[in-house]
Unconditional design. Structure first.
Length: 123
């Protein structure tokens, strides 16, 4: 299958139902996206698919064929830079495992809602 990941079309030999997470990590070597719970609850595996956050651990790779997938490695733009800057300024880092998913999710929120309310953030 052919996948557009971080602006580059990549051909991968994977079963259609292989989760996108494992295609990214094991077949493409993009290890910034992490495995957490495996049931789309924790968010460590979050990537953007056509500009929307998606849990890659439960997303079959075939379902994103033809879509634009962006991982933490390819995250760009003013919102991404603002989130990264705030992450450092507020001394957010702990162990680091789930941070890539949190950064992707926060960036997606800011791209969809430039001035989110507390309800937007909690929702």
């Amino acid at each position: 299958m052919k996948l557009n990941v971080n602006g580059a079309e990549r051909e991968v030999d994977a079963p259609d139902d292989m989760p996108l997470l494992w295609v990214l990590r094991d077949l493409m070597g993009l290890t910034g996206t992490k495995f957490g719970c495996g049931i789309a609850q924790c968010g460590a595996c979050t990537v953007m698919v056509d500009g929307l956050p998606r849990r890659s651990c439960v997303t079959p790779a075939e379902s994103v064929e033809g879509a634009e997938v962006v991982t933490i490695e390819g995250l760009e733009g003013a919102e991404a830079e603002a989130v990264r800057k705030a992450w450092v300024a507020l001394d957010t880092p702990q162990c680091g495992w789930c941070q890539s998913g949190q950064i992707v999710s926060a960036t997606a929120l800011l791209q969809m809602i430039p001035e989110p309310t507390d309800d937007d953030i909690d929702g």
